[in-house]
Design a binder for this molecule. Sequence first.
Ligand code: ASP
Ligand code: MG
Length: 425
Amino acid sequence: MKVFKFGGASVKNAESVRNVAKIIQLYKDDLMIVISAMGKMTNALENLVNSYYKKEDWRPIFEEITSYHNAIINDLNLHEDESFSKIYLKILSQLELKLSSDSTANYDYEYDQIVSFGEILSTTIVSGYLNSELIENEWLDARKLIRTNATFREGKIDWELTQALFAAKTGVLYQDNSKRNICIIQGFLGHTDTGQTTTLGREGSDFTAAIAAWCLNAEDVTIWKDVPGMLNADPKYFNNTERLAKISFREAIELSYYGASVIHPKTIKPLQNKDVPLYVKSFIHPTSEGTTIQSDAKYDSLVPSYIFKDNQKLITISPRDFSFIIEENMRDIFEALSNCKIRVNMMQNSAISFSICVDDDEQKVANLIKCLEVEYQIKYNAGLNLMTVRHYNETILGQLTQNKEVLLEQRSRHTTRFVLRDISQ
Ligand code: ASP
Ligand code: MG
């Protein structure tokens, strides 16, 4: 049994839904198919929640969401399918009913109850289309299979219970060898012990695929994307990017830690634990090779990888009494960072100062300064870039720092990181 994951871009219109069916037919295996909300529907649903929560007129956004899905359904000729239409209209009326009721004060709770409709709709449509193409499949409800705690918008997985729920629901199904078995499940969704819907954090559908693979001991997982695989750099910032043909789980975790954004960071760990290989492949060229992420690290250093973050701030924090930076200061500083919910991208200490490089969120940085300014002097440089190079060599580093002022540099055996200011203009 294999797990496939199709993200929003791979189901953004009728043509792409037809393409999903074609990809499924390239294989003969049993499948667990995880699907995200169509196109940019999660963003639209976020707007919908906001307007509902603020008691504004949510109708126009609701109409926008329904007409987007209606258009796809019409194009796929599903509107003539009575049993499909019944299910589809019921989902829309459930959403409308929710929107017509009063909101609680808990924004995160309301978010999950409403934004989850994106995945419910997308899986219903894809499942309906596959049925119409005589590709037999079973629609599963992640809100009954993936058990989380009640941290809305960032549900934490109860692995044991989730595995038991998967076994109970799909065990028999996948043991049936008389035919090909295909299940369809929503990415990104879960439920609490009292049956309330939760979500796993934005872009969490990759993680759902890993959870399903872990629970079902899948043979492998394929994430179908609009890129040819994992690249060694973001084409937005670099020309001549190269595909990483084969990397280790460890390398994938490192790359995502430094900010490579091809797969959701939580995805790798469960797969590594059960040694389930992960393929990242192009849904546009489904027979091309893509990237394989697996346990063997021997190919990791073949191609250097570049990870670039712009809009960085380098903040330097020094005790006002010119004393050394010692453990107590670090404790103060990290406590303030944690309270202000600031993620440190890079840090370095010297005798009398401590420097951190962070994403430039003005509000958060202002809060941090407020927390620390009584005892510390705080200075910063803005408009900087943070560059991480894995498997570097001197030639590469020389090229990268040309016309750049290096404000901070750190090297380990495999990784070099720079905080840079562009001085070319
Ligand atoms: N639909 C959700 C999002 O856009 C989950 C996902 O796509 O992975 O964040
Ligand atoms: Mg998505």
